[in-house]
Design a protein around this ligand. Structure first.
Ligand SMILES: Cc1cc2nc3c(=O)[nH]c(=O)nc-3n(C[C@H](O)[C@H](O)[C@H](O)COP(=O)(O)O)c2cc1C
Length: 214
């Protein structure tokens, strides 16, 4: 890769600004506002977010996952509890979430503690997934080493047979996590790298709003 080309890649951000006066008192409401704006701007997969966890190996592990719900307590995603991220979260129930909405020159960063959602919540979400995804949840032992792709197609054929003409139940190892935020930062790109950063921090059960230097 020609590193000079990478070094020359730069874009000045000019679309918008953000100040403490602009933002809503509650970061969930502010997130909702920005999320709706990302949808209106036709950002591709606006609910795609990097979920970073702390590995037992001492390294941070990040991967893209889809945000599936925001409720009054936190941000929800669904996955395989036996995956690498599941193992990380068993040991260190904390995570960060990072959204990058390029079309709006915006980033949102969240850190918080993580809990499994209730079985009823996981059942409810699993039941509305397309059948193919439901079967896939049984097929994939997420994050395990497999020999080849044929392993997956053979297992899919077995699972299809097992649940033929029956509803597919939720695998017990598949479900949701809720990230309960303690900090949420809204980042708006500005000219000359002097970006706007407004961070909400939970302090004595209240959200404190502060501006950070870019
Ligand atoms: C756009 C996109 C969306 C994804 N959504 C999910 C998701 O909602 N849940 C999930 O478990 N993996 C999702 N993945 C796959 C993860 O990035 C990752 O490969 C998988 O969860 C295994 O991660 P782990 O081995 O660190 O646990 C998605 C990947 C991409 C690129």
């Amino acid at each position: 890769m020609a590193s000079t080309k990478l070094a020359n890649l730069r874009k000045d951000y000019t679309l918008n600004g953000l100040s403490k006066q602009d933002v809503l008192e509650n970061p969930f409401k502010q997130f909702e506002k920005w999320f709706e704006e990302a949808q209106s701007a036709e950002v591709i997969e606006p609910n795609g977010m990097v979920v970073s966890t702390l590995g037992e190996d001492g390294y941070p592990h990040g991967r893209v996952v889809l945000l599936k719900e925001v409720d009054s307590a936190g941000f929800l995603f669904y996955t395989n509890y036996n995956s690498h991220k599941g193992a990380d979260l068993n040991i260190h129930p904390v995570a960060s979430l990072t959204f990058w909405w390029a079309e709006l020159e915006r980033q949102v960063r969240i850190i918080g503690t993580v809990e499994k959602v209730t079985e009823a919540e996981s059942d409810a979400y699993f039941s509305i997934r397309p059948r193919g995804s439901q079967l896939g949840a049984w097929v994939s032992e997420q994050s395990q080493i497999i020999e080849n792709r044929a392993f997956l197609s053979e297992k899919l054929a077995q699972i299809e047979q097992k649940f033929a003409e029956k509803p597919v139940p939720r695998p017990p190892h598949w479900g949701g996590y809720r990230v309960i935020p303690k900090e949420i930062e809204f980042w708006q790109g500005r000219p000359s790298r002097l970006h706007d950063r407004i961070r909400y921090r939970m302090e004595n059960d209240n959200w404190k709003i502060e501006r950070l230097s870019p």
